[in-house]
Design a protein around this ligand. Structure first.
Ligand code: BT5
Length: 324
């Protein structure tokens, strides 16, 4: 309480000193109590300078995804109604699943600055360095049947692609089913997980990993050929906060549209923003591997691939685009 009030006062005069006495007077607490809270703010990543003679000043507005920064900027009704923030965590999807089972409201978000055990599909790892990306998961409780769930990945991909293009201007596109690529390298990964009964969804967790301000040399050697970041593609860092806010707006807008009108609009937007359709692809499906031309997605979101042996319908698997 005191901490966020202190932060508000420093923020409203960013770059200027505010004396400990003034802060204490406004909040009716001692200067020692003020210093303690300032210390905690500093530990959580705020760049605050303190001097004995002048007091405290926030040097610059931080690019942290803390609730104090995010919530005042949100215009969404559902997403972010509850926001759980971590400096570091194993995996935001694991935390989101725990919250969902414990009954958290729809739209709950888990956001972290870093993940120790970030996950991709099939327990692959997800590189999630501190303060350099957006690593988050959203809990949804959609009214549609479990068979529709895989299309939530397509929905998230359209929302993410749209927001990234708008905020950064970089030429990214969607690769079926869960990647956003830029110049052939992966910028975003999406991991959708579900808990359901035969005919109803308990909850869906959509995990999103967006490489934002990672420099080329910070990408681990084993990912250098396949991964990229917005900073690398744009040639300059971008505000994670601005991007996060726009992503949540796009995601909620599409989700509300799907709840009332079904997935058709998402599927056609996906087709337009896809970089998979019309391309030669290698498919590694759970039961076999083959090559062919990606023709379309069907009403279930499955990828339709024309092969020498006929039409294949891909519901799960890895699809790589072959160089033109
Ligand atoms: C994905 O899996 O692309 C889904 C990634 C989802 C990550 C988010 S972060 C927030 C939430 N919490 C989690 O624990 N997960 C979600 P898949 O298609 O299986 O791709 C995984 C592969 O991508 C790895 O095996 C690596 O080759 C590569 N990879 C790992 N980290 C990467 C990164 N930061 N950028 C690009 N590629 C990466």
């Amino acid at each position: 309480m005191n901490r966020s009030a202190i932060l508000d006062m420093l923020r409203s005069r960013t770059g200027q000193f505010v004396s400990g006495e003034e802060l204490g007077r406004q909040l009716n607490i001692s200067r020692t109590a003020v210093s303690k809270q300032i210390q905690k703010l500093r530990q959580s990543g705020y760049d605050i300078e303190s001097t004995v003679s002048q007091g405290h000043r926030l040097r610059r507005l931080p690019d942290l995804l803390r609730p104090e920064e995010v919530c005042p900027r949100l215009t969404t009704r559902i997403l972010g109604g509850e926001l759980h923030y971590f400096t570091e965590i194993g995996s935001t999807n694991d935390e989101a699943k725990k919250c969902a089972v414990a009954g958290c409201p729809e739209g709950t978000l888990i956001i972290t600055e870093a993940q120790q055990g970030g996950r991709g599909r099939l327990s692959r790892g997800w590189f999630s360095p501190m303060g350099k990306g957006i690593w988050m998961s959203a809990v949804l409780r959609p009214p549609f049947p479990p068979q529709e769930a895989p299309k939530c990945t397509l929905l998230a991909a359209v929302a993410l692609n749209r927001a990234i293009r708008e905020v950064t201007g970089i030429p990214c596109g969607i690769k079926w089913p869960n990647d956003i690529l830029c110049n052939g390298r992966k910028l975003v990964g999406i991991l959708t997980e579900m808990s359901a009964e035969m005919d109803a969804i308990n909850h869906i967790v959509i995990g999103m990993g967006i490489n934002v301000n990672i420099a080329a040399e910070e990408i681990p050697p084993e990912l250098r050929e396949i991964a990229t970041s917005i900073q690398i593609e744009k040639g300059a860092p971008v505000s994670r906060l601005d991007l996060l806010v726009r992503i949540l707006e796009c995601l909620e807008e599409l989700y509300l549209a799907v709840r009332t009108g079904g997935f058709d609009a998402v599927l056609s937007a996906w087709r337009q923003e896809s970089i998979t359709l019309g391309r030669l692809v290698n498919v590694i499906a759970p039961d076999k591997s083959y090559q062919g031309t990606a023709l379309d997605i069907d009403g279930d979101g499955a990828l339709l691939v024309e092969t020498a042996q006929g039409l294949e319908r891909v519901l799960a698997g890895d699809v790589s685009i072959r160089p033109a």
